[in-house]
Design a protein around this ligand. Structure first.
Ligand SMILES: Cc1cc2nc3c(=O)[nH]c(=O)nc-3n(C[C@H](O)[C@H](O)[C@H](O)COP(=O)(O)OP(=O)(O)OC[C@H]3O[C@@H](n4cnc5c(N)ncnc54)[C@H](O)[C@@H]3O)c2cc1C
Length: 389
């Protein structure tokens, strides 16, 4: 395992650091690092994406023929680390740049690539992910939304739920049934649907942190043209698994650095409150610190695998299971340290507000991107080789 950058990566890292120092200022700096994203700050987040796009930081790892910079894994990691160290805001363009873009590059037609990739790279067009439904989350093959071809148009009917950012997006990628005479996986297609039309209704849902970042999406005779299927009719399962692979890939590379910065603030709060020597608080801080180090070393091991040309394996589930519970426990410690202040909503932009948000939002960590039970199934079956349940 090599811990030092080679000179080309050092120079790349310096370029990123200097650009962030010059540009991550003013209204962009005021976005903070919280995952809280809503109507109140969406326009600023869009302007930040456009800044990143103009400077060529969007699509960093995409091939050059698609407008990217063909960055190596080491460069991608350096960018993610510098972004985390500079307290870069949560990215509004994740679904387009991180999920749909790579999916189109791998499975899309050249017309789809030409139509959709450039506006993602400019930060001009936003996407959301229409997979989960009221009866199909962990078991995605159970989706019931249908698309039926009528001449040159698909007619889409059904419902999606927990669709993050649907109220801001212009397009949604929908996993739905098109081959109604086929069973399960073979009946599915991956369809691109414009949101701003009479057949689509988006209803934001309020989560327990008081934020409305995800939505219900209803399709009632929504239309999209016949060329909007990615990867071919009946191949939706393969295309969707490709998208989920990108989601679980390198997206969380520098997360440990963000956690380390948050932990430092928690420790400081314990000092400020004069309880850092309290036996129970010390124990919880020590455990959090020890586990943070475990995350750092496991992260480095994963990065080494990437650098050696490997792909994310089922071992990624161990990381997801670990960090999701860790962050929930840290949120509980944050709330306990805040004491009575945790009961009253604290001013936005304050550390106390961020701590309240971590405490409330971290409940979702063990559900999205594969629930803890599903991660345990993957570890049992594909890492430990136990029999399938
Ligand atoms: C903050 C947040 C954002 C999200 N954003 C999006 C989005 O943008 N787009 C989108 O499509 N979805 C999104 N989701 C949905 C998310 O992917 C699902 O909630 C998740 O896949 C779980 O599905 P479910 O809610 O239907 O629960 P279910 O699948 O119904 O599971 C219910 C319970 O049963 C357990 N369970 C299910 N199957 C098994 C099994 N085989 N073995 C053992 N236990 C099992 C689960 O672990 C869970 O505890 C989001 C969710 C959250 C919380």
């Amino acid at each position: 395992m090599e811990f030092t950058d080679d000179p080309s990566i050092t120079s790349f890292r310096n370029e990123v650091r200097s650009w962030l120092s010059d540009n991550l200022v003013g209204e962009y700096r005021s976005l903070g690092t919280s995952a809280e994203m809503g109507a109140h700050d969406w326009p600023v987040r869009v302007r930040w994406e456009q800044e990143l796009g103009r400077a060529g930081w969007l699509g960093l790892t995409w091939p050059k023929e698609f407008g990217g910079r063909a960055a190596s894994v080491a460069e991608e990691l350096a960018f993610a680390e510098e972004y985390a160290l500079a307290d870069g805001p949560q990215r509004a363009g994740f679904f387009g740049e991180g999920l749909l873009g790579p999916t189109l590059i791998t499975f899309g037609s050249s017309e789809q690539q030409e139509r959709f990739l450039p506006p993602i790279l400019r930060g001009d067009e936003y996407w959301c992910q229409g997979f989960s439904e009221p009866g199909a989350g962990s078991d995605l093959a159970g989706v019931r939304t249908t698309a039926v071809l009528d001449g040159s148009t698909w007619r889409v009917d059904g419902q999606k739920v927990w669709t993050s950012q649907a109220q801001f997006a212009q397009w949604i990628f929908v996993l739905c049934r098109t081959e109604l005479d086929q069973v399960a996986h073979k009946s599915l297609s991956y369809v691109l649907v414009p949101i701003d039309q009479p057949g689509v209704e988006v209803r934001p849902l309020m989560d327990l942190s008081g934020n409305d970042h995800f939505c219900e999406v209803f399709f009632d005779g929504a239309v999209t043209t016949s060329d909007m299927i990615v990867g071919g009719r009946g191949n939706g399962w393969r295309t969707a698994m490709g998208t989920l692979g990108f989601e679980r890939g390198t997206a969380f590379m520098a997360q440990q650095l963000r956690f380390a910065k948050e932990f430092a603030k928690v420790r400081q709060l314990a000092v400020d409150k004069g309880v850092e020597r309290d036996a129970e608080i010390r124990q919880r801080l020590a455990r959090a610190y020890g586990e943070l180090e475990i995350m750092r070393w496991s992260g480095l091991r994963n990065v080494t695998r990437f650098l050696q040309g490997g792909q994310p394996g089922p071992e990624g589930s161990i990381g997801k299971l670990f960090w999701s519970k860790w962050h929930q426990r840290l949120g509980e410690l944050e709330a306990d340290l805040l004491g009575a202040d945790a009961l009253v909503l604290q001013p936005e932009g304050s550390t106390a507000h961020d701590f309240q948000h971590t405490f409330l939002f971290s409940r979702a960590h063990t559900i999205y991107a594969g629930s803890s039970e599903i991660q345990r199934n993957i570890i049992g079956e594909r890492v430990l080789g136990l029999p399938r349940s």
